[in-house]
Each structure stands twice: as C-alpha cells, then as structure tokens.
Design a protein around this ligand. Structure first.
Ligand SMILES: Cc1cc2nc3c(=O)[nH]c(=O)nc-3n(C[C@H](O)[C@H](O)[C@H](O)COP(=O)(O)OP(=O)(O)OC[C@H]3O[C@@H](n4cnc5c(N)ncnc54)[C@H](O)[C@@H]3O)c2cc1C
Length: 468
C-alpha cells in the first residue's frame, strides 16, 4: 500500500488531519484541486475577511473614532487597491505556510481533483486532464463547502455585481448601495467592511432576528449597535428575486408574514445565505458512501462513513461550519486512525463574529436552555461599568453567563464587546473542565482588563457583582 492515509481537500479540516497523522507516524498524501492549500478558510474565507475587517476598522477609527481621545487625524483617505493588496499578501503568507508544513512533515501533495475510485483507491485528475491513481489504507473526505443560493430563487452570481462572499472580498470599488441577503455571520462581517468603507448597506433577512441561533439578547443589542453604525435592516423579509439591471441589480422581497413586496436597487448584491456541503465529482455514489438528507457525508462518532476505510470531517459533515471545528475533527480523526482516543467536545465550540464590537459565544443560549426546560441562572455585566472599557471608549456590550441553578456549572457564556473573540476562551477552558460560575468569579483577573467583566458576570451569576 503506497499510503496510510490520503486526505482529499486541504482546508483546515484536511490539512490539520494530514499534519497530525504524519506527526503520529503515518505516510500521508493530500489531494487539492485549488492551486494553493488552505481551503475556503485561508483562500477566500476566514483569513481574507479578517484582513479586510481589520483594515476597514482602522480606516473607520482613523476617520471617526479618535478625536475624543485627543488624536486629530486629517485627510484620511482610502486606498482600496492597497487594502486588497494587504489582504492578498495575508492570504499568500498563510497558504505558503501550509505548503511549508506539508514539506516539513513529509506529506506528499497532489494538485488536481480527487475522486474515490473504491475504498483504498483515489484518482487525481490534473488540470491538463492527466490522471494518476493512488493507493491507500484510509481516505479522508475533507472537501468542505460551497456557497448556497437563495432557496427557491434563481440567482446568477457573477462575482462582480451579484456576489457571494468570494466576490464580496474582492470588489474593485466601494459600492454606493450594497444589499446583503442574509443576516448571518458572513453577511454581517462583509456588510460591516463595506459600510465602514463608505457603502450604504441594507441587510435583508428571512428570520425576525440577525445571527439566528445566537443568544436573543446578544442578537438584539448587536442589531442596535450595527444600526447605529449605519447598517439598515429588513427582518422577517423573504427575498423573491435578485436580478441584474443596467445600473446594477435589484432585490425584491416581501414580508414573511405576508404583505406588499418591496424592491431595492443596488450597485452590489451580496448573497450570504449560508453554505452547503461540497461533494460534487468525488465519486461518492459509485463508492457507495451514504449522504444524509442535507447532502452531508454521513458519519458515525468516529468520523467513519458506511464504507470501511473512508472517513469524513469538516464542513462536509454535520455540525457548525467553522474552521476550528474542522481542525479539531482533523486532529481527533488522525488520533483515532493511529489507535488513540481522539474526541471533540461539541458542547464547547466557540463561535465569533469579528465585527466591531465582536460577538462571541460558547455553549448554550438562554433560548436553548428554556426550550430544554433546564433550571438555570443568569449573571450579566455591562462593559459600561468596566474601567478599561471606559479608558478605551469601548463600552458597548456586555457579558452574560448562564449556569445550572443547582450545581452552578457554567452552561453558556455570551459576550458582545471589544475583544470578545479573545475573552471567550477563558469561558471555553472553564467549561471544558466542567467549572462553575463561582470558579470563574473567584479566579483572579488582571486589572484593568476587559476580562474583568467576565469575572463580574460570573460573580453576578452565583451572588452579586462588586462594581455594579
Ligand atoms: C467569507 C467566509 C468567512 C469565514 N470566516 C470564518 C471565521 O472567521 N471563522 C471560522 O471558524 N470559519 C469561518 N468560515 C468558515 C470556514 O471557512 C469553514 O468552516 C472551513 O473552511 C471548513 O474547512 P474544511 O476543511 O471542512 O473545508 P474547506 O476549507 O472548504 O476546504 C475544502 C477544500 O477541499 C478542496 N476540494 C473539494 N473537492 C475536492 C476534490 N474532489 N479534490 C480535491 N480537492 C477538493 C477545495 O478546493 C478546498 O480547498 C468562513 C467562511 C467564509 C466563506
């Protein structure tokens, strides 16, 4: 057998699985159809979007946010081409980093479309049509996800006027009016980028709230903050048409509950309605690999499909479509294949929205606890009452801790505020160890930090906060 493991797809699931398996002594190859490694995340997802979020935030801050601090900046102008250059350079350094790690770990790579011929056999078709067949003990499907359209609406994405996130991170000029279809993480992050750079952004969302699935209180406050930043919202609105016009495009929508349709003209429409698992051309049907009713590769608790020797991880299987979830599955699966006890705790997977302020959460929302009939208690603390937040003029938002009423075990933590995406990890570690709100509240936190608000919210959960 040529390889112990062939991984198809080199996104965060695939490349991490390959590296971990090589570290554990396996002979590993990867197959990738893009010309660079790193998948959606490094090429067109997490990394480029964060490069633009950071750069646009600095621009917005220089334009509007510094005077109060006694820093007067005049003549701030946007050089979009340079900003895009920063994004491209960030992507390049990250994808090159994965290539370096493959070499370092003696992982062989094949550029081309991977197809499962049968258990133990993978063919790779290169761009010039040449086909190679590889043999392996195990195959991991890590082919990720692709842009989903709008259910029931035919939309032609040209990545110029009607764009997915891929076109949305590569616009050549700032649109006058941008309509974002979908008020989820990707729509709100990219909507924020273009709004900060000067676009008028209107979000059209089917649900009655943005960030469906996030804690309700957090979602409400977040919407108020984004509205203050200039983003407009049409919630409970069903998009019925997205069409190109001579001047740009138009989006038609109507209230979900029934009522009159409305049309908005836009220079750019960003379709951000979610992503779907990507399995096209993989030969799954011929190989007999079963998909679930949502087109995801069906797996058991050990990431095994119904065909012996074929496994799957990441966006192509159930669970949240997040890079760190894919990475942790990659590690767990490599350990399982090496005879160890790989495991992912799906109750403690943080989720972050990288806007300003950030939104971060881990564990259960209050709505989920209510629906499950759980007895819980809540503690909250606003950043308005945090000294460091005041010093930085970052007083928007709050921390919310949810704990079991009887045992005090922390069940969920939700933060909206500056640096929430970093602060959430102390909650994740606490929950990983089954900690209580008292544990968190009695842990000494450095002063003055934003994280003291996490401690205070924990104090509020098991007794009373000090600074309120
Ligand atoms: C704009 C945007 C922003 C995002 N931001 C974040 C974020 O901030 N944080 C976060 O956690 N997640 C974020 N995500 C989601 C994240 O990118 C995905 O969850 C993650 O990339 C999934 O990893 P994966 O390894 O499963 O698949 P992918 O990253 O999708 O990689 C799959 C790879 O498989 C390759 N492939 C597919 N079929 C074949 C084949 N037959 N042969 C060979 N190769 C094949 C593809 O070319 C691709 O490179 C974002 C996504 C987008 C679109």
């Amino acid at each position: 057998m040529a390889y112990d493991l062939i991984v198809i797809g080199t996104g965060p699931g695939g490349y991490v699985c390959a590296i971990k398996a090589a570290q554990l002594g396996m002979k590993v190859a990867v197959v990738e159809k893009r010309s660079t490694f790193g998948g959606t995340c490094l090429n067109v997802g997490c990394i480029p979007s964060k490069a633009l979020l950071h750069a646009s935030e600095v621009f917005a801050h220089a334009k509007h946010g510094m005077e109060e601090l006694g820093v007067e900046v005049s003549g701030t102008t946007l050089n979009l081409e340079k900003m895009m250059g920063h994004k491209d350079a960030t992507v390049k350094s990250n994808v090159d980093g994965v290539a370096f790690l493959f070499k370092k770990n003696k992982i062989e790579s094949f550029i081309g479309t991977g197809k499962i011929v049968a258990a133990g056999k993978v063919s790779v078709t290169a761009e010039d049509g040449t086909v190679q067949e590889l043999e392996t003990k195990n195959i991991v499907i890590a082919t990720g996800s692709d842009v989903a359209g709008i259910p029931g609406v035919a939309v032609e994405i040209d990545e110029k006027v009607i764009v997915s996130s891929t076109g949305g991170i590569a616009l050549e000029k700032v649109p006058g009016q941008m309509v974002v279809v979908g008020g989820g993480v990707i729509g709100l992050e990219l909507g924020s980028v273009w709004s900060r750079l000067g676009a008028k952004v209107t979000v059209v969302e089917y649900l009655d709230n943005i960030l469906g699935g996030m804690d309700g209180e957090v979602s409400k406050q977040f919407q108020r903050i984004l509205a203050k930043q200039g983003i407009e919202f049409n919630l409970g609105a069903k998009v019925t048409g997205v069409e190109k016009t001579e001047a740009g495009a138009k989006v038609t929508f109507e209230p979900v509950k029934g009522g009159e349709a409305q049309t908005i003209e836009a220079d750019v429409v960003l379709v951000a309605t979610g992503r779907k698992p990507f399995t096209a051309g993989l030969g799954l049907e011929e190989a007999g690999v079963v998909l679930d009713n949502r087109g995801r590769v069906e797996i058991d608790h050990h990431y095994a499909t119904n065909v012996a020797g074929i496994y799957a991880i990441g966006d192509v299987v159930k669970g949240p479509m997040l890079a760190h979830k894919a990475e942790d599955e990659g590690v767990a699966l490599a350990e399982i294949l090496a005879g160890q006890h790989g495991h992912v705790n799906y109750d403690v997977i943080p989720g972050v929205v990288y806007t300003q302020p950030e939104v971060a959460s881990v564990g259960k929302t209050e709505e989920e606890l209510k629906a499950a009939g759980a007895a819980y208690k809540v503690g909250k603390f606003p950043f308005m009452a945090n000294g460091r937040a005041r010093a930085m003029q970052a007083t928007e938002g709050f921390v919310k801790v949810l704990a079991d009423k009887e045992t005090d075990r922390v069940l969920g933590v939700h933060i909206i505020g500056f640096g929430a995406g970093e602060m959430i990890h102390e909650a994740a570690v606490l929950m990983e160890f089954g900690g209580s709100s008292e544990d968190l509240g009695r842990t000494c936190h450095a002063h003055p930090t934003m994280s003291e608000a996490v401690k205070e919210a924990a104090l509020a959960t098991f007794f009373k906060p000090i600074h309120m």
